[in-house]
Design a protein around this ligand. Structure first.
Ligand code: NDP
Length: 480
């Protein structure tokens, strides 16, 4: 299977004819290749985008909205095909790709198809000065979108949809580890009638292709989702050019459980928030903090539920935990498990790789629960981004809050309680961009999405995304 760049509406080989290998993590074999693009490919994509911008930025909102809706419809029409492709490329269970990843990619386009028709700006009458101010919100021009491998089409489209809805043209790069559905999106855009050059998809490595996008002097903004270290590096490259940046980075999210919660719902949701997508979601609740009164009960029940999860080939309908995305990532996750005991942790469940019958060379790991007692340990401070959670107990609200905030990350937190005062106290004081109370990963696309501290800067979602992808200009008119 040969993946090509999508530039100016055409599929093309990379200029230097250099290629990378694409792996199927479920069986650990190469099943295709993708362009190892260079600065020249990025330049070509930029030129196409810059030319397309002249007309795309002048299309009516209805026209843009119609094309975005059409893309959403086509994604849903091809849901089985795209879900199978995503599952094969990433290792995620086919059920997850079918129920979450692909429908959400369609929803991203549909949401911004609607949102752009409602987007408006403010006017301020300067009373006593005979003046009226209004704010023009104009598209930025050519923007860059760079996305990670964990939710490939879901996160790729989360950036592209608002960018083009707002009238920009895009040079985008998916993760080199999971390029397949981004490639397929090119065909869908052509079929939907998206004009040539509005979206250009360039494949390649982060530190060459990705960096060429970030360093391009005329690409006005970068929307990036990925690791914190990469985000910091991108900020350094982009800062001297004063680019607009939206950085959605790593997380080490607390899942805080109080005795007074709805126990059954909490338990079922905690299994999901720990291990969905093999724990490879930035929002997973990887630090489970449990009130001491129910700690022993929780420990027993949680281990029992997790032991029932089926680790298997992602294409099997009953698989709960598929393959990790790559061999390198599997080894990285395993290296954290290997230091657990030296750090004073106790493995309550899992801890080992799994050999799946018929897929012996795939990258499988048992869901792993580690009991820890010191929040300063690496397992609790570093993002593992795999099927590994820690659990520890707390005695009071103050201790729970202190533990939850004792992290350099600040993406999301989940709180399980039925106490209203506690809910509001925690909601106010948790240092995270998102707080879920008695639920997890319930997303309303109108809400601002993003993190505090090392989890990033800027917010995506809803009008926040449309504000990011536009420049506001104050027009002040005095009348006589
Ligand atoms: P990386 O930071 O390694 O990569 C993300 C993207 O950036 C990839 O497309 C990558 O390309 C590219 N890239 C890498 N280096 C550069 C560079 N110097 N310049 C420009 N682009 C570059 O993250 P992962 O793909 O490993 O994704 C996992 C991380 O993403 C986790 O930390 C996770 O928490 C975070 N994440 C955050 C989310 C959020 O909303 N806050 C949501 C989902 C994930 P390539 O793959 O080719 O290296």
């Amino acid at each position: 299977m040969k993946i090509q760049n999508y530039i100016n509406g055409e599929f093309e080989n990379p200029i230097e004819d250099n290629w990378l290998e694409n792996y199927n993590p479920a069986i650990g074999v190469v099943y295709g290749r993708l362009p190892n693009s260079t600065t020249e490919d990025v330049e070509k994509a930029y030129q196409a985008a810059a030319t397309a911008f002249l007309s795309w930025s002048q299309t009516t909102l209805e026209e843009r909205s119609k094309v975005l809706s059409k893309i959403a419809d086509l994604i849903l029409d091809k849901i089985q095909f795209l879900a199978a492709a995503e599952s094969k490329d990433n290792g995620k269970p086919i059920s997850l790709a079918t129920e979450i990843d692909i429908p959400r990619a369609a929803a991203n386009f549909q949401f911004f198809a609607n949102a752009i028709t409602q987007f408006s700006s403010e006017a301020h009458e300067s009373i006593g000065m005979n003046a009226v101010n209004f704010t023009l919100r104009q598209p930025l021009g050519v923007v860059g979108c760079i996305s990670p491998w964990n939710l490939p089409l879901y996160l790729f489209t989360w950036k592209i949809a608002p960018a083009i809805a707002a009238g920009n043209c895009v040079v985008a790069k998916p993760s080199e580890i999971t390029p397949m559905t981004a490639y397929l999106l090119g065909e869908i855009c052509t079929e939907a009638g998206l004009p040539k050059g509005v979206l250009n998809i360039v494949h390649g490595l982060g530190n060459t292709t990705g960096e060429a996008i970030v360093a391009h002097p005329n690409i006005k903004a970068i929307s990036f989702t990925g690791g914190t270290k990469t985000g910091a590096y991108i900020a350094k490259v982009a800062a001297p050019m004063f680019k607009k940046l939206s950085l959605e980075l790593g997380g080490k999210n607390p899942n805080i459980i109080f005795e007074d919660c709805n126990y059954e719902k909490m338990l079922a949701t905690t299994v999901r928030s720990s291990f969905t997508n093999q724990g490879q979601i930035c929002l997973c609740g990887s630090r489970i903090l449990v009130e001491d009164k129910i700690y022993d009960q929780f420990k027993k029940d949680f281990v029992q539920r997790v032991s029932e999860l089926i680790v298997g080939n992602p294409s099997a309908e009953n698989t709960n935990i598929g393959a990790l995305v790559s061999k390198a990532h599997l080894e990285k996750v395993k290296s954290y498990i290997d230091i657990a005991e030296a750090e004073g942790g106790k493995i309550l469940f899992g801890g080992n790789k799994v050999v799946v019958k018929g897929s012996e060379n795939g990258y499988y790991l048992l869901p792993t629960i580690i009991e820890v007692s010191d929040n300063k340990c690496k397992l609790n401070q570093e993002e593992i981004f795999g099927p590994v959670v820690t659990i520890m107990s707390f005695k009071s609200d103050a201790e729970a809050l202190q533990l939850a905030n004792d992290s350099k990350y600040g993406l999301s937190a989940t709180l399980w309680t039925n106490n209203l005062n506690r809910t509001l106290q925690f909601s106010k004081q948790l240092q995270t961009g998102i707080v879920w109370v008695n639920t997890w990963m319930l997303r309303d696309l109108r809400t601002p999405f993003g993190g505090q501290k090392d989890s990033g800067v800027g917010r995506e979602g809803g009008f926040e995304a449309l504000r990011f992808f536009t420049e506001s200009k104050n027009i002040c008119i005095q009348y006589e």
